[in-house]
Design a protein around this ligand. Structure first.
Ligand SMILES: [Zn+2]
Length: 143
């Protein structure tokens, strides 16, 4: 994992249920909650498995690879913390069962096809927190 991209973005909202997610990101890991009983992945983080009601959910590192389910570009109202209108996407992780909302960076909307392979990367907010973002696998991380 190379040096994280710097941005003007705002810090994420976090709670005691989600602090670990952002701490993992700060270490360069995309981790998702996995139920220790039924094995299903769940996101966003929660205290109880919605499938089997187990209380033990363990952060589990993902490969960081996925595909684009859908994407949009937000022009108006102008989002705070972005120099360019950001691309917001639904990303299906290759592990299955989890669809994340994130950004695709360093690509125009026209370059991002549905089902395009993407890989996770990480970006620092203005105050130094770390956010997972994605980029087209065809462009590579750190390109
Ligand atoms: Zn479960």
């Amino acid at each position: 994992m190379g040096e994280q991209r710097q941005s003007k973005r705002l810090d994420p909202m976090s709670t005691r249920n989600t602090d670990w997610f952002w701490e993992e990101a700060a270490e360069g890991r995309l981790s998702i909650q996995k139920c220790t009983q039924c094995g299903h992945l769940h996101h966003p983080p929660r205290p109880v498995c919605p499938d089997c009601h187990c209380l033990e959910l363990a952060p589990t590192q993902m490969s960081g690879r996925g595909t684009v389910y859908s994407r949009i570009q937000v022009h108006y109202p102008a989002p705070i913390g972005f120099d360019e209108p950001p691309v917001i996407a639904l990303i299906d992780l290759e592990e299955g069962g989890v669809r994340l909302i994130s950004n695709i960076v360093d690509a125009t909307l026209d370059e991002i096809a549905t089902d395009a392979p993407v890989v996770v990367d990480f970006e620092k907010t203005a105050k130094g927190k770390t956010l997972p973002v994605f980029r087209l696998a065809s462009k590579g991380v750190g390109a």
